[in-house]
Write a protein that binds this ligand. Sequence first.
Ligand code: ATP
Ligand code: MG
Length: 439
Amino acid sequence: MRLTGYFMPTLKETPSEAQIVSHRLMLRAGMIRQASAGIYSWLPLGVRVLKNIERIVREEQDLAGAQEVLMPTIQAADLWQKSGRYDAYGPEMLRITDRHGREMLYGPTNEELITDIFQHSVKSYRDVPKMLYHIQWKFRDEVRPRFGIMRGREFLMKDNYSFDLDFAGAKKSYNKMFVSYLRTFARLGLKAIPMAAESGPIGGDLSHEFIILADTGESAVYCHRDFIDFDVLGQTIDYDGDLEPIVNHWTKLYARTDDMHDPAAFDKQVPADKQISNRGIEVGHIFYFGTKYSEPLGAVVSSAEGQPVPVHMGSYGIGVSRLAGAIIEASHDENGIIWPESVAPFHVGLINLKASDAACAKVCDDLYGKLRAAGVEVLYDDRDERPGTKFASMDLIGLPWQLVVGPRGVDKGVVELKRRRSGEREEISADAAMARLTA
Ligand code: ATP
Ligand code: MG
């Protein structure tokens, strides 16, 4: 993509309405624009990041054996009346009346609808287990939408729902998602710590929140330092095998949010030099809630003995849009965003330091063509701007690599390759840079 033709409305000034760094940087980098309170439009650069996050989340759900569906954003009220949540959900639910006077709502979550889909077609113990997920926009009329897309009213969530015959089966599904979440967040470049949590308004007792450490987080968290050192991507996971040892490995270490925190237990279980107490951002939440929805909504299968049994369910959420902000909170410096390779909107930023110089333009155009032909996503700053402006924009948007072409280098037959994360620079030939970037 050539920057001269790209819609990336960056801002020089820090927007005054933004209180935290990710919100400021997303606005400044031209990733999002507020449409109304807690509701955002995603601009081209933001959409590329959102799609990358979504792709990783999807790949890991599929790998763990979940199947993708797509449920609507607008739901009828009747299923919610059956589950008892139509009233219980309160003012956070956006209620809508259609032209026939029917009560509808913009879904804040999908337990009722997925349970209804399941109960219509699944009748036998042979049809479980099943895990069904979708990635869909939700609406919650938060009292205080803030921090940009981190606590929005409309936000993108991956929500998965598991259906099992009994508790033992449900625990297996829970373990799959537990491990899948560790992998998902690691691939997103994050250290997300599973913390024993209260299950909140959805109910149930087996529940973990996945939280990344960040000073601007909304929750206070307490955990063992060893969480930081685990490497889950180095392990091969057999989702059909016994995941209990991996889950136990993690859950035996102390990790709690403030509502579950027990200072005495923390001191007893975690040596003082291993104690972390920090702020954190919730990026995912998994819970088992048994037959809470299957009973009222009639999701019953016949057991091997021919007895009707309500299925045991769990639900597993990931804040896909919140993650865009959470990743920035975890990875930035004073100049801007530092994207992990896996979610970066482009892999390389190609900077022409002197757009009016024919030799520079030739080297750049050539590199641009070759990188694109090799399938490398490249954003080419071909604007007629001062070098300082170009460096600042490129640092702000945080692409992993910068390839800088200037008249002096071109004379010597070299270009400069810079790593955004470390700031390391190297002068090498254009061919060597190509080889590095396509490796
Ligand atoms: P929170 O405690 O942050 O209000 P929650 O417990 O209500 O979240 P869940 O119902 O567990 O959220 O939703 C699953 C995930 O969706 C959360 O872990 C979070 O990442 C994301 N999420 C929830 N509310 C919002 C929101 N208002 N804006 C953006 N993402 C959200
Ligand atoms: Mg939660």
